[in-house]
Design a protein around this ligand. Structure first.
Ligand SMILES: C[S@@+](CC[C@H](N)C(=O)[O-])C[C@H]1O[C@@H](n2cnc3c(N)ncnc32)[C@H](O)[C@@H]1O
Length: 278
């Protein structure tokens, strides 16, 4: 490949994919989340949290995949600061991929970072395409963790590393009433599972060095601050950008989320594994 990027297969879509379903991360959602979490960040923690996830990895000269890249802030941060040969941001929604693509060009990173839209389901990349697969708070959208990890294993080269953050639950039983209330408030296509299920799915796929790190204690406090800012100094500027009703809806969502963060049922978690060398 002249551009250093593995070829996506024909399953990838760079143009309009049958847009039967409205994007969950539309322009309003992007504006709202970036006002809260920073430009290009559709999940909490900023660069500092990303640095924690990738602390054990060497990106230099590597081919990297970022699954569920959103509006591209993290992909571009990794491209700028970690020296990969090439990084591919993959997402299933067009608005985020369009914005990320534009930002890569504006920041002069489009020779290293490119963004691909594809349908949900098997990743549109050939076997053994990547040295590193990264993801930040996106795998929550994929309910079938067993199929997901088999596919991540498939696209990793032997010896390749997986490092991610994701939003997990403390158990795989029926969600509590509080969790049900939170999930209804979010209204997003979440398919949450426990660390035990992630670890079992990864082991079944063939991963070794599997490790999970519960980040509930960190995000519980951060989320409380986010809610305070939303109700306080951020209210007026964000309402100006997305409308007061949207902010009010999200104050309700954050309030419901805080309950399940405080109980520990909602646990942002770092997840690591290695595809053994052949
Ligand atoms: C919470 S956002 C996180 C975005 C980005 N990783 C970040 O941290 O800023 C979740 C992203 O996952 C994407 N997503 C949803 N379902 C997906 C799937 N099946 N495969 C890949 N990405 C998906 C969404 O479109 C969205 O951009």
């Amino acid at each position: 490949m002249t551009d250093g990027h593995p070829d996506p297969t024909s399953q990838a879509h760079s143009g309009p994919l049958a847009d039967a379903v409205a994007p969950e991360y539309d322009d309003t959602a992007i504006r709202f989340l970036e006002a809260l979490w920073g430009e290009g960040f559709l999940s909490p923690g900023g660069p500092e949290e990303v640095r924690r996830v990738v602390a054990d990895l060497d990106f230099t000269g590597r081919h990297v995949l970022d699954i569920g890249c959103g509006s591209g802030g993290i992909t571009l941060f990794l491209a700028r600061e970690y020296g990969p040969a090439a990084i591919t941001g993959f997402d299933v929604e067009q608005p985020v991929v369009d914005l990320a693509t534009r930002r890569a060009a504006e920041q002069g990173l489009d020779a290293i970072a490119r963004f691909v839209r594809g349908a949900p389901g098997p990743l549109p990349f050939a076997d053994q395409s990547f040295d590193i697969v990264f993801s930040k708070d996106a795998l929550i959208h994929v309910a079938d963790k067993e199929a997901l990890f088999a596919d991540i294993f498939r696209v990793l080269k032997p010896g390749g590393r997986f490092a991610a953050s994701d939003w997990l639950t403390s158990h795989d039983g029926a969600p509590s009433d509080a969790m049900r209330t939170y999930l209804a408030a979010e209204g997003l296509s979440f398919g949450m599972a426990s660390a035990a299920r992630y670890e079992a799915a990864m082991a079944q796929a063939g991963f070794t060095d599997i490790r999970t790190v519960n980040r509930n204690a960190w995000y519980r406090d951060v989320a409380r601050g986010e809610l305070d800012r939303l109700k306080g100094p951020l209210y007026a500027p964000v309402a100006e950008a997305v409308g007061a009703a949207y902010v009010e809806k999200n104050i309700k969502t954050w309030s419901a989320m805080q309950v399940v963060l405080d109980s520990g049922e909602h646990c942002p978690t770092h997840v690591f594994g290695t595809r053994p060398a052949a």
